[in-house]
Design a protein around this ligand. Sequence first.
Ligand code: PLP
Length: 383
Amino acid sequence: MGTILRANLSQSMIYLDNNATTFLDDKVKEVMHLHINEEMGNPSSLHQWGQKSRTKLAEARRKIAACLKVNEQSLIFTSGATEALNTLVGSFSSPCHIITSSLEHLALLSPLTRLEERGVRISYLYPEKGRSAISLEAIEAAIESNTRLVALMAANNETGVLTDIEKIAHLCEKRSIFLLVDGVALLGKESLSLPRGVSAIVFSSHKIHGPTGAGLAIVKKEFPFSPLLVGGHQGFSKRAGTENLLGIIGMTEAISLLDHYLPKASEHMRSLRDHFEKRLCDSISDIIIHGKDEKRLPNTSNIAFLGIDGETLLIELDLRGIAASHGSACTSGAREPSRVLLNMGVDRKVAKSSLRFSFSRMNTLEEANQAAEVIVDLVRRLG
Ligand code: PLP
C-alpha cells in the first residue's frame, strides 16, 4: 500500500527541491545494483574477496581524481560534506584567526563555533548592503597577521549566488592563508575548475544524483590535516572506519556522469529556471527574486511573494504535489525565516514570504510551466 502511494506520489510530483537532495540517476542505481549482487569483502582483508573490494575502491579513487582533475592522494572519502567540513575545520586550533561568512551552511558554521569556544577567533563577514555574496574587499580587510584560514562556500545553497572563489583563492595564495571551500551547491550545476589557491574543497554525493552517506574532501598536502575519525588505517590513515564501498561506487558513477551531462545540463537548468521566473514575474507584481542581479547558479531561484506567508504557500504547494523549500533543508523544519536571507539584509517579513525552488537536469519545461501556473493561482488565492 505504502509503495503504491509513493509511486503515485512521485509520478504526479514536481520536485523542485534539488538543493536539498536529488533523485538517484538510473545509471547510478544500475551500478549500485551490480555491486550489491557481487560478493565483496572488507577492502582491508587480505583474502580475494577483500582484495576485490580494495581494487574497486582504488578504481573509484582513480576515476574521481581523473574526473575532478586532482591528485588521487588528495581524496578523502567521507560520509558526506558535513563530516568533511567538520574534519577540515577541526584541523585548526587556538591561537589563530579564521575568516568565514554569516551565509555559510551550518555544516561549516557549527564546527567553527566549536573552535570559537576553544579560543579561536572567528570573523563572520556579512555582504555589503544590497549584495548577496561576500566581496573580495571584505575578505582582504578582515585579514589579520594570524589569519590562517578562510572558509567559504562556492555557491550559496539557498540563493544560488556565487562567491568569486577564483579571486579569493588568488588573494589567499598571495597571503599564505589556507582556503577551505564548501563546493556542495556548485558541483553538478556548472563545470568546475579548481583555482590553485584552494587548499581544500568538499562535495556531497546526494546533491548530484548519487546516494546519501557518501561525500568527499579534496585536500592539498600542505593543509594542516588532522583526522576527525581515528581507529584503523583506512584512507591513508586520514579517515578511520571500513569504507562505505557501495556509497563510494554510487558517488563515483554520479561524478563520472557530470562530464557527460555538463555543460548542457547547466543550460537546461538555466532555461527552466529563467522561464519559471519570467512566468511568475509576468503574472505576480509583488515578488522579489533574491540575488537576481548577481552571478547565480543556473538551477536556483529564491523568491519572496510579498504579503504571503512562505510556510503556508509551501504547505499548499506540497498538497498540490510540488516540492519546494523554505531555506536550507537542515533548518527548514523551523518556523523562523531563513538566517541566510536575514544576514543578507533582507527584511524579516520579506524573508518569511520567501521560498526556494531548485531545479535539476531531470526537470522538464512542462514541470516548470505547471509549477509556475500552480504558484500564480495559489498566490492569487492566498493574497
Ligand atoms: N554545504 C552545503 C552548501 C549544503 O547545502 C549541505 C547540505 O545541505 C551541506 C554542506 C552538508 O552536506 P551533507 O548533507 O552531505 O552532509
